[in-house]
Ligand binder design. Structure first.
Ligand SMILES: C[S@@+](CC[C@H](N)C(=O)[O-])C[C@H]1O[C@@H](n2cnc3c(N)ncnc32)[C@H](O)[C@@H]1O
Length: 199
């Protein structure tokens, strides 16, 4: 097992402390839209095991999962792809403040990426905003049920093409993007957190 950085020396080891890296508007979105610290650490631990350590967060928001993973698992490299320019910019600012090197952010739609360049994947129900009218990050982009279906199928197909041993963590997912070749290996009691390994 990799050695963790000692938390006592990490001033960003709680959600409240971490959220102070961002402006108030972004802090207010945290509870609903950004991965909690404990979940990010658990997921990053699972996804950074073994030889293959390029971890992609599909819909990385302001970078919280990637940045927490990079702080605690320096031997892995974390990548985040985010469609919203503003959130991508906040992720870069937070990376500069934290001075972590093993994290890279990409601005764009995940469908523009070659997912073959990554080993393991994290997914915090990024496409759900297309179904949920209630609590959206903003009104800057187009939302639709057909986009939810398109993105979920696209991701499912891409995950299906990954080699045996590929690791996946989902959080709050409806499961539509998880191919049935991925075996569930762990889940939280409330089933919001699930980890899988491809057979
Ligand atoms: C629930 S947030 C999770 C943020 C981050 N993964 C975390 O855990 O802190 C989902 C993010 O996915 C992004 N997203 C949704 N669809 C996307 C797509 N097709 N390509 C890239 N980003 C997308 C949204 O803009 C949003 O920032």
């Amino acid at each position: 097992m990799q050695k963790l950085n000692p938390t006592a020396q990490n001033p960003y080891n709680t959600d409240a402390a971490f959220d102070w890296l961002y402006p108030e508007r972004i802090q207010l979105l945290s509870k609903r839209h950004w991965t909690p610290m404990s979940v990010a650490r658990k997921a990053a631990h699972f996804l950074s095991q073994g030889e293959r350590k390029r971890v992609l967060d599909i819909g990385s928001g302001v970078g919280k999962f990637c940045l927490v993973g990079a702080m605690y698992y320096p031997a892995a490299t974390f990548y985040g792809v985010e469609q919203r320019q503003e959130l991508y910019n906040y992720a870069l600012d937070a990376r500069d403040k934290l001075k972590v090197k093993n994290v890279h952010f990409i601005h764009g739609n995940f469908t523009q990426l070659d997912l073959d360049n990554y080993d393991n994947f994290y997914f915090y129900n990024s496409f759900f905003e297309n179904l949920d009218k209630g609590d959206r990050i903003d009104h800057e982009i187009e939302y639709s049920t057909s986009l939810y279906v398109y993105y979920s199928k696209y991701l499912s197909r891409a995950l299906e093409n990954r080699p045996s041993g590929t690791r996946l963590v989902t959080f709050h997912s409806l499961g539509d993007e998880v191919p049935n070749t991925y075996q569930l290996v762990d889940a939280s009691d409330d089933f919001l957190y699930k980890s899988y390994i491809k057979r």
